[in-house]
Design a protein around this ligand. Structure first.
Ligand code: NDP
Length: 312
């Protein structure tokens, strides 16, 4: 079977650039949306040009120009949106509704993967404010997709390791501590981290797979289901030193969220659901889902001790 032609929208982003790379590596004819709004952003332009050099096509299109999105979508079979989930510079994830409209009008798309790539928003109905906003927006996008009968796969990628593992889950930092570490509760709640290139590899594997059609694809590689404490022990072994541990109770954590500004408060809420409530691991996958490492056992996913070595 010929490999589907893929369009990546948001291709210069954190996860988007890795998905472009994985799509090319797995032999898909790959296009990336080039938005005129990037203007003088030289780094973005250089990245787009580097995609072209690696074999991708650049297709011009703007969220302010419906016809340009329809034209872009008509040239491919699969659309993957990796638009930012953060509210900034006038962006929110609901902008994807414009893409849904374009896909509906074009009528040729075999699979759409909207920008999800985190916790499953369908399971986050009771999320704390304001961190609930992206989940609610992602659910509105899902509804529009399903109302338009667009074939889909929703990717529930759990934690990108760069945000949650490399820092031993230290909110407000991106590197692991070497002396003192905050433990969320007893640090024993199970969490799932993935190397971002593995997120991209599994995502691209799913796009032509009938088993993931109209399903949620959960990433739960068994050896990466680890507690914060297990991650800390891996790091202690690597640096040959024990860290001082300070346990933060759920009550103290919630109280500390009160003074935070919007963005940090939203992120702290997500930490709470992941590290205290265990929202990534406290459920069984039902009929609505599939698990990536079971579907694609050939992927030799990066283990977290290997991931942590890069911070030495
Ligand atoms: P980024 O913040 O890196 O942004 C991705 C892209 O969004 C940009 O490259 C840009 O596309 C596009 N974009 C930004 N502003 C605009 C705008 N005004 N109009 C149109 N497009 C815009 O995104 P991430 O890679 O961090 O996030 C992608 C997804 O992954 C989100 O759904 C997010 O929730 C999720 N995520 C999950 C994490 C996890 O741990 N599981 C962690 C972080 C994110 P262009 O290339 O066209 O310029």
């Amino acid at each position: 079977m010929a490999k589907s032609k893929v369009l990546i929208v948001g291709g210069t982003g954190f996860i988007g650039r890795r998905i472009v790379k994985a799509s090319l590596a797995q032999g898909h004819p790959t296009s990336v949306l080039q938005r005129p709004e990037i203007g003088l952003d030289i780094d973005k332009l250089q990245l787009l040009l580097s995609f072209k050099k690696q074999g991708a096509r650049l297709i011009e299109g703007s969220f302010s120009n419906h016809q340009s999105l329809v034209n872009a979508v008509k040239q491919v079979d699969v659309v993957i949106c990796t638009m930012s989930g953060v509210h900034h510079r006038g962006l929110n994830i609901l902008m994807q509704l414009k893409l849904v409209e374009a896909i509906k009008e074009a009528g040729n798309i075999k699979r759409f993967l909207p920008s999800e790539f985190g916790m499953d928003p369908a399971r986050m109905g009771n999320a704390l404010e304001p961190g609930n906003e992206p989940f609610e927006e992602k659910m509105k996008v899902r509804k529009a997709i399903e109302d338009a009968k667009i074939p889909f796969t929703y990717v529930s990628a759990n934690c990108f390791a760069a945000f949650f593992a490399g820092n031993l889950a230290q909110f407000g930092s991106l590197v692991p501590p070497r002396d003192k570490v905050r433990l969320w509760g007893d640090g024993n709640v199970k969490v799932i981290n993935l190397d971002e290139d593995d997120v991209a590899t599994y995502t691209i594997k799913s796009i032509d797979d009938p088993r993931t059609l109209n399903k949620t694809l959960y990433f739960q590689p068994p050896e990466n289901i680890l507690s914060q404490m297990e991650m800390i022990e891996m790091w202690e072994k690597l640096i040959g030193k024990k860290l001082e541990k300070v346990s933060i109770s759920a009550e103290d954590f919630l109280a500390s969220m009160k003074g935070l500004e919007h963005g940090n408060k939203a992120a702290a809420g997500h930490y709470y659901h992941i590290f205290y409530e265990g929202c990534l691991t406290n459920f069984e996958i039902g009929e609505e889902g599939e698990e990536a490492s079971e579907l694609y056992p050939e992927v030799n996913y990066i283990r977290m001790d290997a991931y942590l070595e890069r911070y030495l």
